[in-house]
Design a protein around this ligand. Structure first.
Ligand code: BMA
Length: 853
């Protein structure tokens, strides 16, 4: 036995001891579950040399950890590493098992994620032949497993080579625009689409054991599923049903206990038959505490457990968090088209959020801490919904647990995106099993708001010209679309209806309209890409306000520090091949530049250009989000593209690969705040909108000051107005041409504030010319750092109007309570710096900067 497998040997009795020590009732029967994580090695099939491997892991990260390849994200290394996808890879481990496991009647090896074509052998017996990275693979191994020197050997066949024959044998080519391979095989593989390349991601078609492997051993019975269903809910009580699935070795008498926290709510004798048993228990919760989305209340979670006992011993136990809430999607025809909005616990809620992509090209690298940080970054800026986009993965449990805990709803796509897929029986049955497993795994989460079939496939089929581009005959077209219908209007809704009844299914995002954006915006959900892809001005966001805008976005550069992680200083210019390889959009830089020239003075210095690109993105998104929120209740959702990145890249994200916040993510705090004040000037008429997502009415004061950049007030208005809960309305409307015309438009701005007594609930500035035409004064910022009650602050004062002040800190992962803000003359602003153990020295690492000067 080698040293590493010895670790497992010691771990098993240790775990068993924990199980017995923690429970008062003696429980020799409980399912034992042991992770098989250590002592793995791997090699190229063609070679004899083994290297240490990490499990869970990927072949790319294992090669890198063994210094066999350079850092895949550095420079243009991506290009050099494309050979990996064409190789077959072998993984192996050796391990011993304790008698405690070996003596159990039922022993299973469970592989929670194999990427993708994997032949698994236990002691030379083939136990699994996997072909879907999104599924869990189980194999009974009693009779094969022995006490010492067991080997698991997994051969991963190249996902590219595996599918070339399928690609070649189809009489037509299936579209897969983001697949950057010579053969567009991604659509044949049930493997994460973005691995094959995307317009924000590199191509790393990796292989590996990407989720844990464990041994599960049991004797007489095992709880295989535990779900809570909501039957009805009122203020006074909720009626719930526990659904429990038990596999029993022999028929017999058992005791089933259901607990709410530590309180037993049901205890009864059950007779189980041999094999699969489905049990259910209806119970009530008095005065239920509801689960609310972020901003509207506490996302209360109950913890329910089920315990199966026999003769006083615990046989198995399972727990689940559960949120009592209702989610309805209201689609009501109206004069424009059809609404699309979410009602949570009976209340219409405007959805504020983003599209989420996997956080790394190499998924097992995403630690719990990274998940926590990202979800908390979403919560901090007042988001209440994330869309798990269909080109990534059905996320790990931790992602949904965090969304449950933080009141963030999840729009969950099935993993299909921007392509058309095959429709042969084998593929369809694989898809069905994948959908069943993932719906069963995720349905318990209160955060899941809906299931969506795919990303942009219906719209692509109708509007992206596939038929012409691929030269499809009529019968090809009919066949391809029929295969589409089989999955997205057949298999997937059937799975949702049978396994997660009551949860809404939406075939494709967006809800397409053959004639184009204008019509698409009027019903259902809407992806608007006229800005960016269509090069339309930002002001078009005001024209294309949809009923629920589930995608729109604009690129910016990540922080300088992020760029330096993949580029040396000589590559830090826009035209360097390294930088170009880190923007996957065909004309990404050109598009940023084109928009920048329209509105901004384009900086020559690289670092200033980065800042300008971020502020440009933030301003563009500000135009969109304010337009969406002003249009409530016509529009009831705004999910921009995209929350995060999977590698250091120039992309549409607000948070980069290292978790650093761009200017846009800071802007979101105000843009998605419960109260928004949004001044709009059209043909001389000023309309000031007040948008409130708050659940209660309030009386507020609107204060408006027209100022010059020295702070001289030229015109002002103060108004007390009632602010109604959950509404958007114009609270001030006046033609101000005669006021404005007295001054040089380049030297003035309107500052709007909404006050609740002395608290500023919202503020916003309106300018009368483009940023590049403003005659701004040289900023005069004074600042000091200080500590108070163990907390660290920066206090700033501005002598003149400063359009953008920002605190530049290398690890700005959202550490400032505000950043990239404007300051009016004489204003004092205190910013908290949320960094553990910050001391006075720390201030030296923060640089106070202003933009554009
Ligand atoms: C949307 C997404 C992605 C894409 C993004 C930016 O349509 O669905 O496919 O990355 O646009 O182009």
């Amino acid at each position: 036995m080698n040293l590493k497998s010895a670790k497992i040997f010691y771990l098993i009795p240790f775990l068993t001891i924990i199980f017995t020590a923690c429970n008062k009732i003696h429980e020799p029967e409980k399912t034992i579950s042991v992770k098989l994580q250590s002592s793995w090695k791997f090699k190229n099939r063609k070679s004899d040399k083994w290297y240490a491997a990490e499990v869970p892991g990927t072949v790319h990260t294992d090669l890198y950890n063994n210094s066999l390849i350079p850092d895949p994200f550095y420079g243009q290394n991506e290009e050099k590493l494309q050979w990996i996808e064409n190789e077959d890879w072998e993984y192996e481990t050796e391990f011993d098992v304790s008698d405690n496991i070996l003596n159990k009647k039922h022993i299973e090896l469970v592989f929670k994620g194999l990427d993708t074509y994997a032949e698994v052998r236990l002691n030379d017996s083939l136990i699994i032949n996997a072909d879907n990275m999104f599924r869990t693979w189980r194999a009974g191994c009693s009779g094969i497993l022995k006490k010492h020197n067991n080997t698991i050997h997994i051969l991963f066949r190249s996902p590219v080579k595996e599918n070339i024959p399928k690609f070649k044998s189809l009489p037509y080519q299936l579209p897969a625009g983001n697949d950057r391979g010579k053969y567009k095989v991604s659509v044949f593989a049930r493997k994460s689409p973005y691995h094959f390349g995307w317009d924000w991601g590199p191509r790393f078609v990796t292989s590996g054991i990407w989720r844990p492997i464990q041994i599960e051993a049991w004797e007489s019975a095992r709880i295989t599923d535990f779900q809570i269903y909501q039957i009805s809910v009122s203020d006074k009580r909720a009626e719930l049903k526990a659904g429990i699935e038990v596999i029993s070795d022999k028929g017999g008498e058992f005791v089933l206990k259901l607990l709410n926290g530590n309180k037993t709510i049901v205890k009864r004798t059950v007779f189980l038959k041999q094999g699969r048993n489905v049990l259910s228990e209806i119970f009530k919760i008095k005065n239920p505490k509801l689960w609310w989305t972020n901003g509207l209340g506490e996302p209360h979670l109950y913890k329910f457990s089920v315990v199966l006992l026999q003769k006083g011993s615990i046989i198995d136990k399972k727990s689940t968090g559960f949120g009592i809430r209702t989610v309805e999607i209201v689609q009501k025809p109206d004069s424009a088209g059809k609404s699309f909005y979410f009602k949570i616990n009976g209340v219409p809620v405007f959805m504020k959020g983003a599209n989420y992509i996997p956080q790394d090209s190499f998924l097992p690298r995403v630690t719990k801490k990274r998940y926590e940080k990202l979800i908390s970054s979403a919560k901090t800026v007042n988001m209440n919904m994330l869309r798990v986009w269909g080109g990534g993965i059905y996320e790990n449990d931790i992602f949904y647990d965090l969304c449950d805990e933080n009141g963030i709803l999840v729009w969950q796509d099935f993993m299909f995106s921007c392509s058309m897929y095959p429709g042969d029986e084998k593929f369809l049955s694989n898809v069905k099993k994948e959908a069943e497993e993932n719906v069963k795994r995720l349905r318990k989460h209160p955060s899941i708001a809906l299931w969506c079939g795919n990303n942009e496939m219906q719209v692509a089929w109708e509007r992206w010209g596939y038929q012409k581009a691929f030269g499809y005959s009529k019968s090809d077209s009919a066949k391809i679309y029929n295969d589409y219908l089989k999955i997205f209007h057949g298999i997937l809704p059937d799975v949702v209806n049978s396994l997660d009844p009551g949860r809404f299914y939406w075939p494709s995002s967006p809800n397409s309209a053959p004639s184009g954006w204008y019509e698409e915006a009027r019903s259902g959900d809407f992806h608007y890409w006229g800005v960016w892809w269509g090069k339309e001005p930002f002001s078009e966001y005001e024209k294309y306000v949809g009923r629920f805008v589930s995608e729109y976005g604009f690129q910016s550069m990540p922080s300088y520090y992020t760029i330096r992680s993949f580029a040396d200083s000589s590559s830090c210019c826009l035209v360097s091949p390294v930088l170009k390889s880190h923007n996957k959009h065909p004309v990404g830089f050109e598009t940023i530049d084109q928009y920048m020239k329209r509105d901004f003075k384009v900086p020559e210095n690289f670092r200033d250009y980065i800042t300008a690109s971020q502020i440009l993105q933030a301003q563009g998104m500000k135009t969109a989000i304010e337009a969406h929120r002003r249009a409530m209740p016509y529009c009831m959702g705004s999910l921009y593209w995209q929350l995060d990145d999977c590698w250091p890249v120039v992309s549409w994200s607000g948070i980069d690969y290292f978790g650093r916040w761009k200017a846009f993510h800071y802007y979101l705090k105000k843009l998605y705040a419960p109260v928004l004040v949004s001044p709009v000037l059209k043909n001389g008429k000023l309309d000031v909108y007040l948008v409130s997502d708050l659940p209660e009415d309030k009386n507020i004061t609107l204060k408006m000051e027209l100022m010059d950049f020295f702070g001289k007030v030229l015109w002002e208005e103060k108004k007390k107005v009632p602010m109604q809960a959950n509404t958007s309305r114009v609270i001030f409307s006046q033609n101000i041409t005669s006021v404005i015309s007295q001054y040089d438009k380049r030297e003035i701005f309107l500052h709007c504030r909404v006050l609740d007594k002395k608290n500023v609930l919202a503020e916003n500035d309106l300018f009368f010319v483009k940023p590049k035409d403003l005659k701004l004064l040289k900023p005069e910022i004074e600042y000091k750092f200080f500590n108070k009650s163990g907390k660290f602050y920066v206090e700033l004062r501005s002598g003149t109007f400063t359009k953008c002040v920002f605190l530049d800190y290398p690890d700005d992962t959202g550490v400032f309570s505000d950043n990239y803000f404007s300051m009016i003359p004489g204003e004092k602003k205190t910013i908290q710096v949320k960094i553990e153990n910050a001391d006075a020295e720390f201030g030296k690492r923060i640089r106070i900067k202003t933009y554009p000067y």
